[in-house]
Design a protein around this ligand. Structure first.
Ligand SMILES: [Zn+2]
Length: 476
């Protein structure tokens, strides 16, 4: 590190020591806002709690002396530490994923501190970033650390469900010269896959199959689907024969319908290989049912081929990128509209397969029997690890933590970094300080029940952040 000498490091540590409780209370106050997306309202495009988190952030920053404005479209807040020369951006998001699952340690929006951790929805992802940005700016100002640039701190409110906030930022604001996105991992994400979310809609209408439905979001593989079929004695008997002893299916007669539930195994898009798609199980089974008209069985057969093993073979987009590995094409949604099936997919691909080419292949494969609606498309990126900024970040991280082995990770997930330029998605937890703790499996992580962040890990990351900013400032 060129700037942060021992004297500066000591000042940072002392400041954190003196303000520990206050910082954790500021984090807890933000966690108390249940900022999950809900129906749009006037001046609240992502619902009132997502708007409220922007207001609370504004209040917090202004109380600490940093001018803050909420964008005119109410999608993000911008706070500033004024300076001169270049602008350095810090990005975090205040919206959170729903507090699903069984919470054992605390109620999701009533955070507590226990066993060296803060618990609560969003304490890590990503309200930790909002509070670290604030206190990094405060330390620069109050400790009079050597820093000349203008610091822009952006808080978004739609990161988890569409990223319309960062797209609006990119469209309406001047791009900072360099940015850190406090929503990734150390030393930084080396790149992110592109993402294409799209629906295919059958051109033919279904008759015997009245309805198939399942899933809530594109990026979770369908673990369960339900189908409703027109009742006939022959179909019921045939299903009885096919499903005998097969635990994946349950079916029953209800009035003049047969209701079938198929159960597979759900997983995040990124872990598609660990999933078993329930729609494939259902489609394969029904496609073999002679009591269903051939035309409907053919369409089911196509669905099964398109979903396939989650790597896009059916769409002709199977591909392996030398850096990012195998393309993923997972299916998370299905519903019936006007007797037509609407099936939703999520593609994640390395940057060597252009999103336009992927789209063209999908259109070609579906041309005959399906219409396609492309929903959200974002390009991926790959960071040049030999660039000066990339090396500086690795060096600072390595010097402070002693961890010089950690490689930049490539990810299937998305952060704001993909919509920015010269941006690096770094961590908000220094895991060296995270104490061991016993939690049930599937608890404690981001997006999980009992989401947590290590208190010391949080402060460790804050120290890394201040050092990164001092170095970024003095880079030519
Ligand atoms: Zn996040």
């Amino acid at each position: 590190m060129r700037v942060a000498d021992n004297n500066i490091l000591r000042k940072i540590e002392q400041y954190i020591e003196e303000n520990r409780e206050r910082i954790i209370e500021d984090l807890s106050a933000l966690v108390r806002v249940p900022s999950v997306q809900s129906a749009a309202e006037k001046d609240a495009p992502f619902g009132k709690e997502c708007k409220r988190i922007l207001k609370e952030t504004k209040k917090l920053y202004e109380k600490n002396g940093f001018a803050t404005t909420v964008s005119s479209d109410s999608k993000y807040a911008l706070s500033f530490l004024e300076g001169e020369g270049k602008t350095i951006g810090l990005f975090s998001h205040g919206d959170v994923v729903p507090a699903d699952g069984e919470w054992e340690i605390c109620k999701p929006f009533e955070p507590i501190v226990k066993d060296g951790y803060v618990f609560g929805r969003g304490c890590n992802d990503d309200k930790s970033g909002i509070v670290q940005s604030l206190y990094a700016a405060k330390m620069i100002k109050e400790l009079k650390l050597p820093f000349k640039s203008r610091l822009l701190m952006m808080t978004g409110s739609n990161e988890e469900t569409g990223m319309a906030d960062i797209l609006s930022f990119a469209e309406n604001e001047k791009m900072p010269d360099a940015s850190l996105v406090l929503d990734g991992e150390y030393p930084y994400y080396g790149g992110e896959k592109s993402s294409i979310k799209f629906d295919i809609i059958s051109k033919n209408r279904f008759h015997v199959i009245k309805n198939i439905s399942g899933g809530k979001v594109y990026n979770i593989v369908l673990g369960e689907v339900k189908a409703e079929l027109e009742y006939s004695g022959s179909l019921f008997d045939e299903l009885n024969e096919i499903c005998k002893g097969n635990a994946a299916f349950e079916f029953k007669k209800l009035c003049d319908s047969i209701i079938i539930t198929a159960k597979g195994k759900s997983a995040h898009t990124a872990n598609v290989d660990e999933s078993r798609n329930a729609l494939v199980l259902l489609s394969n089974m029904l496609a073999g049912c002679k009591s269903i008209p051939q035309i409907e069985r053919d369409i089911l057969g196509e669905i099964s081929r398109f979903v396939g093993n989650g790597h896009g073979i059916g769409f002709g987009i199977e591909h392996t990128d030398k850096d990012f590995g195998q393309l993923i094409c997972s299916n998370g949604l299905i519903h019936t509209e006007d007797q037509k099936l609407v099936v939703g997919f999520d593609v994640r691909a390395g940057i060597s397969f252009d999103t336009e080419d992927i789209k063209a292949n999908i259109l070609k494969a579906t041309d005959k029997n399906w219409n396609v609606e492309f929903k959200r498309i974002s390009k991926g990126y790959l960071i040049d690890n030999t660039s000066r900024t990339a090396k500086m970040i690795s060096d600072v991280y390595g010097e402070i933590t002693g961890d010089t082995e950690k490689e930049p990770k490539l990810t299937s997930g998305g952060t704001y970094a993909r919509a920015l330029s010269n941006a690096y998605a770094i961590g908000t937890v220094d895991y060296r300080f995270a104490p061991l703790i016993d939690l049930p499996e599937g608890h404690g992580g981001v997006h999980q029940p009992d989401e947590k962040i290590s208190v010391e890990g949080f402060f460790g990351a804050l120290k890394i952040l201040v050092c990164l900013l001092l170095e970024l400032d003095c880079m030519g």
